[in-house]
Design a protein around this ligand. Structure first.
Ligand SMILES: C[S@@+](CC[C@H](N)C(=O)[O-])C[C@H]1O[C@@H](n2cnc3c(N)ncnc32)[C@H](O)[C@@H]1O
Length: 242
């Protein structure tokens, strides 16, 4: 593993106990439901899913609640311990997104939420996702998109680390954010077909009220009409069938 991957792993091991508190309140639940719905809309309902960078298993829980089966993989043992406690019926393992410890063509779907930005070699993760997907299988990724609001975040996170602020995601991890066009190019280069990428999310958890309430109300409008203002993006594609 690279030095930065070690650092990401250590960060999430340390944050595992508090990670879920981000989503344990009304705003957090609304945010996570929102991105989950976007990802879910690309996935088969009752397939066998691999969640890459599954963290504490929040998405695995949602997917299996709707009738599918799932396996979660994460680089952080601490996050996986929490995921196992949440999801008794799913399988979890520790491992690197860029070297998936699974057989070829063993999943109907691969999802990854809020983890892609950490990858040093995103092409390799996509190659691995392709390998483990059955023909006709689907990939859906939710990651922070790059726009004028998010471009400065890595610098802010590095500053946070220098100031010893201990918060989920705060650190110099060399995160990379992508535009929809860049995600489409990455997925197509990996061989996926029916590729799409669109921006989502406008109501950020940390906005003060009444800004948050307004942002939430206009979120569907922003996503539809002014997507450049949305800060996440959902990219999806299919592995061609035989
Ligand atoms: C912001 S959390 C998101 C967790 C979860 N997907 C969710 O939606 O709550 C990012 C996760 O990505 C994991 N991660 C980062 N780099 C990874 C890699 N190379 N392989 C596997 N997991 C990785 C981290 O350990 C962490 O659990």
């Amino acid at each position: 593993m690279s030095g930065v991957q070690d650092k990401v792993q250590q960060h999430y091991d340390e944050m595992a106990e508090v990670y879920d508190s981000r989503y344990d309140h009304r705003r957090g639940r609304a945010y996570y439901s929102h991105i989950s719905r976007h990802v879910m809309s690309h996935l088969p309902r009752r397939g066998r899913l691999l969640d890459v960078g599954c963290g504490t298993g929040l998405f695995v829980y949602r997917y299996t609640s709707q009738g599918g089966s799932a396996v979660g993989l994460d680089i952080s043992r601490g996050m996986i311990t929490r995921a196992r406690a949440r999801n008794r019926s799913a399988d979890f393992g520790t491992g690197n997104a860029e070297m998936l410890p699974f057989r070829d063509e063993s999943f109907d779907a691969v999802a990854s939420l809020l983890a892609f930005s950490y990858l040093k070699n995103p092409e390799q993760m996509l190659k691995e996702a392709w390998r483990v997907l059955a023909p006709g299988g689907t990939l859906a990724i939710c990651t922070l998109g790059r726009n004028f609001l998010t471009s400065g975040l890595p610098a802010v996170y590095s500053l946070g680390e220098a100031m010893r602020i201990r918060q989920v995601g705060v650190g110099a991890f060399g995160e990379r954010y992508y535009t929809p066009g860049e995600m489409i190019a990455l997925l197509e280069a990996a061989g996926f077909c029916d590729v799409s990428a669109r921006k989502c999310s406008f109501a950020h958890l940390n906005l003060v009220d009444p800004l948050y309430s307004i942002a939430r109300r206009i979120e569907p409008f922003v996503e539809e009409k002014i997507p450049s203002l949305a800060y996440n993006l959902i990219a999806s594609g299919k592995k061609p069938g035989r």
